[in-house]
Design a protein. Structure first.
Lengths: 638, 62
């Protein structure tokens, strides 16, 4: 017995330990030093529902959760051996069988037996900590949840302290930057910020810490570990400190590289189109669905005479003459309602109206885009005044050429007049003779029906022959527009030779023709080809007019050349071209006393108008060869 | 050859030649026709009073 223990007992009335313990609201088991129970207080009995005999000895342990008991015993043993206070947590079974968490502590007390002999007791006090335990669990769960959310968040999250050191970074953030967790914790946030963006970033951070703002958002570039840049949008919040936690910056980091790239591409694209529209030589006018002008480029001023600004808001119809306005409005309305276009949207020729009231020809193309649910129409308007004038000029030039060709044909026909007159006169003479003979025989009552029949047949044949000559001439000099058809060149040659037959024979010209059969068909104006051939033949006849010492021979030949074109040659044995070979195609150059000098230039332009060539070469030993080619028409079997 | 007069026609146009022959023979005259001067000249000269109706611009070796 120690003096101290005796002192406790002596200094006061003998304490009824059991009575004292009963007054304690906590669950208490009074045990011997080894832990075997003597008794438990009422609180224990009420809680556990165990009777006294069930508690005594080691019985009290049955109320401890079997999972917690071994640990409890071990810690008891360790604490007792070391002479240290014992404190543990364990679940204790309630009367209804539920376990609740208790903090279990050991206290020493002196007990005296009936004779007053003191002995040491261990008081096992159990304090209900169920609520605290539950709160702790909740906290832990919440912490875990938060940690999981933080780590797995698809968006980057990063925290940094007052010194800008990174103190936490989730996986999304680490992946974005390409650093491991431990590498990041060696870095300051500003270290990974792109140099040019640092100043602004630091300024904003400063304002946060100074309390000038609670939050900021910044789009900036960060440098990845591999040196490449990533565009991020950071939402940064200052989290005020608590007792244990120093204030820190909470940052949500979003990778906006793709969006930035798209934005920049869009800006580039928009800029590109803007430059094109601004620089376009065509007027570009945009309207909304009501037809009001939204935009007009600088070329609009040049084309229509309006300043761009004065057109904004005006209806598109101000750029049209009166007669087109209603048409446009109803067509546009119908298009909006049905999607049906009343004009071709690509290159339609219409009439525009300048500010000064002048109408002018335009070529218009339309485009439509839908932006934010609004339909925007763009018209591209080209002033085609010059083109129209050129077209008209070309048309009148062409008409002049056609007329010139016809005049030339008339001239040729005039040269042929004598022989043609003879050509017509022959059958007419025969008709007259036959008719007169019949009249005479009839008067003498001597006209046998058989004789009459024969005479009439002759008359019919001659009449037909005369009208055929006239028809040929009429076809040749008729004022007809150029008309191309599939033409067999040999037929044309035969027709022309028939026209010139008399002229040839009167000039004592021997005609030889060698026409290759089954030539490719050519797409040509028949009359123009007749004209060219007749011109070449007449030239040949004239070139031989002075030839007396050799046969006057005209040779007409048709064949296919190496390129697959039809080649026609007209050769004569005349005086030849000598030095004039090139000049004969020059307008108004002539070697003839009465020539206009237009025959060959016109012939050449007609052949070239058919995609062919016409040229002259010397003939051997005398005369000249005029040759022309005509391309075979598409679709020839060859 | 009988003593009757003959009209000689030389013309290279068949219609003219035959119609003229028909016309002249319709008044009862003897007619002979030729398509060229050459063929006419090859004929034996007539021994009776005759008439020659040539056409203009005849070809051939005249």
């Amino acid at each position: 017995m120690t003096a101290e223990a005796q002192g406790v007992g002596r200094s006061s009335e003998p304490i009824d330990l059991q009575a004292l313990i009963e007054t304690i609201p906590a669950l208490v088991v009074c045990a011997l030093a080894d832990g075997s129970a003597e008794f438990a207080n009422r609180a224990w009995h009420e809680y556990t529902g165990c009777s006294s005999p069930e508690v005594t000895g080691w019985g009290w342990r049955a109320a401890i959760h079997p999972d917690d008991l071994p640990k409890l015993i071990q810690e008891w043993t360790v604490a007792t051996a070391a002479g240290k206070p014992f404190e543990a947590e364990a679940r204790v079974r309630r009367a209804d069988g539920e376990y609740q968490w208790f903090a279990i502590r050991k206290a020493l007390a002196v007990s005296r037996d009936q004779v007053g002999k003191p002995s040491l007791r261990a008081l096992i006090a159990c304090e209900d900590i169920q609520e605290r335990k539950r709160a702790q669990d909740r906290l832990q769960q919440s912490e875990q949840r938060w940690q999981t959310a933080f780590e797995n968040s698809a968006i980057g999250i990063m925290m940094r302290d007052r010194a800008d050191r990174i103190i936490a970074a989730n996986r999304a953030f680490r992946n974005m930057l390409g650093y491991t967790e431990s590498e990041l914790y060696q870095l300051c946030q500003i270290d990974i910020t792109y140099e040019e963006d640092r100043e602004l970033n630091l300024e904003l951070i400063g304002e946060l810490w100074e309390g000038k703002r609670q939050h900021f958002q910044i789009e900036k570039r960060c440098r990845r570990k591999d040196g490449t840049l990533v565009w991020v949008r950071n939402n940064v919040t200052l989290v005020p400190g608590t007792g244990d936690v120093a204030p820190f910056l909470f940052t949500i980091v979003e990778d906006v590289t793709q969006r930035k790239k798209e934005e920049s591409e869009r800006r580039y694209s928009e800029e590109k189109y803007r430059v094109v529209v601004e620089a376009a030589s065509d007027a570009v006018v945009c309207t909304d669905e009501s037809g009001a002008i939204l935009l007009a480029n600088p070329a609009t001023t040049r084309v229509f005479g309006y300043e761009s600004a004065e057109l904004i808001g005006k209806p598109l119809t101000v750029l049209m003459p009166e007669f087109l306005r209603k048409l446009h409005e109803s067509g546009f309305k119908r298009y909006l309602a049905t999607g049906q276009r009343h004009i071709n949207w690509q290159g339609t020729e219409l009439t525009g109206l300048r500010k000064n009231g002048q109408e002018f020809p335009v070529e218009i193309s339309f485009g439509e885009v839908t932006a934010d649910g609004h339909r925007i129409f763009t018209g591209f308007v080209r002033d085609i005044t010059d083109r129209k004038q050129a077209e008209e000029l070309r048309a009148s030039l062409h008409a002049a050429q056609v007329e010139l060709a016809r005049v030339s044909r008339l001239t040729t026909m005039g040269e042929l007049a004598a022989s043609i007159a003879h050509e017509v006169n022959q059958p007419l003479t025969a008709v007259t003779n036959n008719a007169n003979a019949c009249l005479r025989l009839l008067a003498n009552h001597n006209l046998a029906p058989e004789v009459l029949r024969q005479a009439l047949e002759e008359i019919v044949a001659d009449g037909t022959r005369a009208s055929a000559v006239i028809a040929r001439i009429r076809g040749f000099i008729k004022k007809t527009p150029s008309e191309k058809s599939m033409v067999e060149i040999n037929d044309v040659i035969q027709e022309v030779l028939a026209l010139a037959r008399r002229e040839l024979s009167e000039n004592r010209v021997l005609l030889e023709s060698q026409l290759t059969q089954a030539l490719p068909i050519v797409l040509a104006d028949r009359v123009q080809l007749q004209q060219v051939l007749l011109n070449l033949i007449m030239n040949g006849i004239e070139a031989m007019a002075v030839v007396a010492d050799r046969p006057r021979l005209l040779w007409v030949q048709s064949q296919v050349n190496q390129s697959g074109d039809v080649l026609v040659e007209v050769c004569d044995s005349g005086t030849g071209l000598r030095s004039e070979a090139d000049r004969v195609f020059t307008p108004f150059f002539t070697t003839k006393a009465n020539g206009m000098g237009m025959g060959l230039p016109i012939s050449r332009s007609l052949i070239e108008g058919h995609g062919g060539r016409l040229w002259a070469t010397p003939n051997s030993p005398h005369g000249a060869v005029f040759s022309f080619t005509l391309p075979a028409a598409a679709g020839n079997s060859s | 050859m009988s003593g009757a007069p003959v009209v000689f026609i030389v013309d290279d146009d068949r219609s003219v030649r035959s119609s003229l022959k028909f016309l002249i023979s319709s008044v009862g005259l003897e007619v002979e026709s030729f398509d060229s001067a050459d063929t006419f000249l090859k004929r034996k000269p007539p021994d009776t009073p005759s008439c020659l109706v040539p056409t203009t611009g005849l070809g051939g070796e005249v």
